[in-house]
Ligand binder design. Structure first.
Ligand SMILES: O=P(O)(O)OP(=O)(O)OP(=O)(O)OC[C@H]1O[C@@H](n2cnc3c(O)ncnc32)[C@H](O)[C@@H]1O
Ligand SMILES: [Mg+2]
Length: 202
């Protein structure tokens, strides 16, 4: 029987990456996109970890199951860490990747490459009724480019230059991104909890 895990996200790009990362372990990924009626959770926390916990606990309660939530984003040093926890809706509630990218590039106008340092963050929270919620985090270091490049990935990937690959995140294949990403690194830290997570069947 195929093992299954629920990822508490409505983001298509994230859901796809969790599928890629977990299908090689023989785990089937469900996301909130498979449950169109599930409620929205307000991300009122001031850190990625707080927001991941809010989303995971709300959905664990809703599904009466063990779930993993991902809260992630981009922190740019020259912008004092922005867009940070506001990454998804940086240019407005509509959560438009192109507009978010345009806003970041506008704010970084005139900042030289060596001062365009940034990192992606990913906090993953695992929650279930009657279980102590756990959180793990992963980061990925890079630089913000002056123009978008590449078609792969999602979000800010086209403007995130990965020095060790010599390409933007959006120019990497999904396999390459999944070797180095903030999400992959955080997920690797959950490895020890896998048995518990995927065996939580009622
Ligand atoms: O809350 P959920 O439903 O998971 O979906 P979301 O898109 O609102 O997700 P977040 O609140 O965690 O915001 C994360 C944003 O950070 C950006 N982001 C996160 N991971 C990224 C990645 O791997 N590549 C590019 N951008 C990323 C992207 O703009 C996301 O929309
Ligand atoms: Mg969100």
């Amino acid at each position: 029987m195929m093992k299954q895990v629920i990822i508490a996200t409505k983001n298509v790009g994230k859901a796809r990456e969790f599928q890629e990362l977990l299908e090689k372990k023989g785990i089937e990924v469900k996301s909130l996109l498979d449950f169109p009626n599930c409620p929205d959770v307000e991300e009122t926390g001031s850190t990625f970890a707080e927001n991941a916990v809010l989303k995971a606990e709300a959905m664990a309660h809703y599904f009466h199951a063990i779930v993993i939530a991902d809260d992630s984003g981009l922190s740019i040093d020259a912008l004092d860490g922005r867009p940070g926890v506001y990454s998804a809706r940086y240019a407005g509630e509509e959560k438009n990747d192109q507009k978010n990218i345009a806003k970041v590039l506008e704010e970084l106008k005139g900042v030289p490459f060596e001062k365009r340092t940034a990192r992606f963050h990913c906090a993953l929270a695992v929650a279930a009724p009657g279980r102590r919620t756990t959180v793990v985090e992963g980061t990925c270091e890079g630089y913000i480019t002056e123009v978008p490049k590449g078609e792969n990935g999602f979000g800010y990937d086209p403007i995130f230059y990965v020095p060790q690959k010599g390409k933007t995140m959006a120019e990497l294949s999904k396999e390459e991104k999944n070797q180095i990403s903030h999400r992959a690194k955080a997920l690797a830290k959950l490895e020890k909890q896998w048995d518990e997570i995927i065996n939580d069947k009622e």
